[in-house]
Design a protein around this ligand. Structure first.
Ligand code: DGL
Length: 270
């Protein structure tokens, strides 16, 4: 089926999921919308995040998408269940896939979760993990300084190192985790720094890969995959600063765009 896949996030974080979708589904077209203007969502009340998520979904539905990927943990935690009830196209979030990937990896059953204040408060990860294995020991930590820093384009260097190091102190002190879930789609952009701070013995999990796998499985199961031979044209939208969004997109996608398709980026008002 020729219709595009819709993807949304509060900002640039979901681009890490979009990249995985492009890799695993190279013929599919993506419509991405990042609500950079109102980012971060992580410190907002549940009702507000739900409202914003509904607006982003409306935007994507007008673009005639065949499936939606909520590439934001905070919106997944607060809005996914309600959205599922209202839509007649498939919609998935990033929390279940992230939880599954963590369970696949852990050997000592001690898993760490870092995310926004909203995601941690919702306890969506511990619930998803313990539903599968109730013996898991889960330690969660909110890292509210990461998203504003990433949205400014700071993903490495001394400032990023200092913020990550300071934020992760409680996790390093308290737990003996062998697996750390990046429970916010912005955090893979800090993955090198986080890995360095946590040490090589901790496996870092970002949900993008598993989410893309699940998207692919659903499209196939529902007979919605595009089976032609086109080179896709992806359309990305930001509600905020176009220049910053373009700069960060370029860093994330590097060569991917030339190989995988064309990409246009526009500013939009919801
Ligand atoms: N990237 C989003 C997430 O995964 C949201 C971050 C934010 O807006 O605070 O939670």
């Amino acid at each position: 089926m020729e219709r595009p896949i819709g993807v949304f996030d509060s900002g640039v974080g979901g681009l890490t999921v979009a990249l995985e979708l492009m890799r695993q589904l190279p013929k599919e077209e993506l419509i991405y919308v990042g609500d950079t203007l109102r980012c971060p969502y992580g410190s907002r009340p549940e009702e507000e995040v739900k409202q914003f998520a509904f607006e982003l979904v409306q935007f994507l539905l007008k673009k005639n998408v065949k499936m939606i990927v909520v590439a934001c943990n905070t919106a997944t935690a607060f809005a996914l269940e309600d959205l599922k009830k209202q839509l007649d196209i498939p919609i998935i979030g990033v929390i279940q896939p992230g939880a599954r990937a963590a369970i696949k990896n852990t050997k000592n059953e001690r898993i760490g979760i870092i995310g926004t204040e909203g995601t941690v408060r919702s306890e969506a990860y511990p619930k998803a993990l313990k539903q599968i294995n109730q013996h898991l020991h889960v330690t969660s930590l909110a890292c509210p300084k990461f998203v504003p820093m990433v949205e400014k384009g700071i993903t490495d260097g001394p400032e990023a190192r200092q913020v990550v190091e300071e934020s992760l102190v409680p996790l390093k002190k308290q737990s003996n985790i062998d697996t750390l879930v990046l429970g916010c789609t912005h955090y893979p952009l800090l993955q090198n720094v986080i890995q360095d701070v946590m040490g090589e013995h901790v496996k870092i999990i970002s949900s993008g890969e598993e989410t893309a796998r699940e998207t692919s499985a659903i499209l196939e199961m529902k007979n919605l995959l595009y089976t032609g031979t086109r080179k896709p044209k992806h359309s990305f939208y930001t509600t905020g600063d176009l220049e910053v969004f373009q700069r960060i997109s370029k860093t994330i996608f590097k060569h991917a765009i030339d190989d995988l398709g064309n990409l246009t980026i526009e500013k939009v008002t919801l």
